[in-house]
Ligand binder design. Structure first.
Ligand code: PHE
Length: 471
């Protein structure tokens, strides 16, 4: 039975299924539907998808299990957890890095989520389905999005609305808010995506998009006397972005899964949870790409349309579809909800930290942190209009936040978490993670071995190769 005396009652998930839903809800979000299609479009299509899938398997899975195991064992926030498992060491700084990343990520994530919510209203008023081929199609939809995103008042307002909703849910606590919502949303989201996939594959001209998305172009590279087949045009930058996105999409590297794991009872099965979350997340991302990229080609747009791609392409797709008006509303509602179930998991990391380490009460922590993140996000909300001219390394403020957090903070956080499990915690980690798990398969040993070797080495190699500027 329960050995450790509960020092303070910690809220737990209502059921195991509830946890899986909430964690899947955290993973599935704008990363899958908004970001994955557009970065795949920008970085060459199929080869990028292959690299992304490899990153999920050799890096994403072990790190996910690491976060869940640390959280479940320590029953603490990301900073407190390391202090419990390895007291008196510097490992807690890894958690601190995650908390910082939480501020950065949510600040711009909320801006995109705000656009999505605005598009719910545009869909209801018919503004989304206005872009039929006669009315200028995707090109006109693109113009519409760009002038919308450039309006400072609107972007900031919708960013505020999204932060207010997340803050309210986190203010109420883990269970009543987070768990209940996810149950219905995920199945409906999958159904809508499937309809969109079928429709966009049926559009004339979509075949080029399918090839771009799913068939990698191979060339040969000469290494000394050998000619090795390799993906054409794949760069280290693209590999780093695929890696960063694997972390982003699975909600890893900043303690979100760690925090959700800390609300788990000790008998929950970690390997099964890890696999379920990762598979669901990957399926949704792949479907979103298949719904979007063939349509991009069919509509005569370029696949490298950047962060607006979703908002350029889909209105034209909906406008061409029977029942498009209803689908458009449903789709944007679901994406907004998926964004909320992800946004709250980021906010919960920071909130749990202030509650656990600084002794704040939840009812104070949530609004204070929500307000701070809203303010940090304002420059991102203005990045496509009023602050368009502000550039760092050629990127606007929004893109800097996105690039830094996804491609630097998260991979570094994940690298350190893997090292913590592999070398800081060591074989004891296997025992801790094994409770309630494994079904006789040596998952634990494989996992520990990966956390010690391949996983951190792969992350380090990609970061170093990119920083050293190899290709
Ligand atoms: N995984 C979420 C998405 O794909 C975003 C996220 C990142 C959530 C990091 C939590 C932590 O939309």
């Amino acid at each position: 039975m329960v050995k450790a005396k509960p020092r303070r009652l910690r809220e737990h998930w209502g059921s195991r299924f509830g946890f899986i839903l909430a964690a899947t809800g955290s993973a599935i979000g704008l990363g899958n539907i908004w970001k994955f299609p557009y970065i795949t479009g920008e970085h060459g299509g199929a080869a990028f998808v292959v690299v992304y899938l490899i990153c999920i398997i050799i890096i994403g899975l072990p790190v996910m299990m690491a976060e869940l195991a640390v959280g479940r064992t320590a029953q603490r926030n990301p900073v407190g957890a390391y202090k419990v498992i390895r007291p008196g060491t510097g490992w807690f700084l890894v958690g601190g890095l995650g908390v910082l990343a939480g501020f950065v990520i949510l600040s711009y994530y909320s801006v995109v989520a705000g656009w999505v919510m605005a598009y719910v209203f545009k869909a209801i008023t018919g503004a989304v389905t206005r872009f039929t081929a006669d009315a200028g199609g995707a090109a006109a939809a693109k113009g519409h999005f760009e002038s919308f995103a450039a309006r400072p008042g609107l972007s900031v307002l919708w960013h505020f609305v999204f932060m207010a909703i997340c803050t309210f849910i986190i203010f109420r606590g883990v269970r009543s808010g987070i768990e209940a919502a996810s149950k219905i949303l995920m199945p409906v989201l999958i159904a809508i995506l499937l309809v969109l996939v079928v429709w966009s594959l049926a559009l004339p001209g979509s075949a080029a998009g399918v090839r771009f998305y799913l068939v990698p172009k191979i060339t040969t590279v000469d290494v000394g006397p050998l000619s090795i087949p390799f993906f054409q045009g794949l760069t280290w930058s693209a590999v780093l972005i695929a890696l960063g996105h694997a972390f982003f999409s699975l909600s890893l590297g900043m303690g979100a899964m760690l925090t959700y794991g800390s609300y788990l009872e000790r008998n929950a099965d970690l390997s099964f949870s890890t696999a379920t979350i990762a598979v669901a997340d990957t399926v949704i991302a792949l479907l979103a790409g298949l719904a979007l990229l063939p349509a991009v080609f069919a509509m005569g747009l370029a696949p490298d349309g950047g962060p607006g791609l979703l908002f350029h392409t889909l209105p034209a797709v909906f406008a061409s579809m029977p029942g498009g008006f209803v689908f458009a509303i449903l789709f944007f509602v679901l994406v907004a909800l998926a964004a909320i179930t992800s946004g709250i998991s980021v906010l919960e990391v920071v909130t749990a930290f202030t509650i656990g380490e600084m002794g704040w009460r939840r009812r104070v922590a949530a609004p204070v942190i929500g307000a701070i993140i809203f303010v940090i996000g304002i420059p991102s909300a203005l990045s496509f209009g009023a602050m368009d001219k502000f550039r760092l390394f050629g990127l606007n403020f929004f893109d800097v936040m996105d690039y830094l957090s996804a491609n630097f903070f998260l991979p570094l956080g994940g690298l350190l978490i893997a090292l913590f499990v592999g070398w800081g915690w060591g074989p004891k980690a296997i025992k801790a993670a094994a409770e309630g798990s494994y079904h006789g398969f040596p998952t634990g040993r494989i996992w520990l071995w990966m956390c010690r070797t391949i996983t951190p080495l792969a992350v380090a190699a990609i970061i170093v190769a990119k920083v050293a500027g190899v290709g």
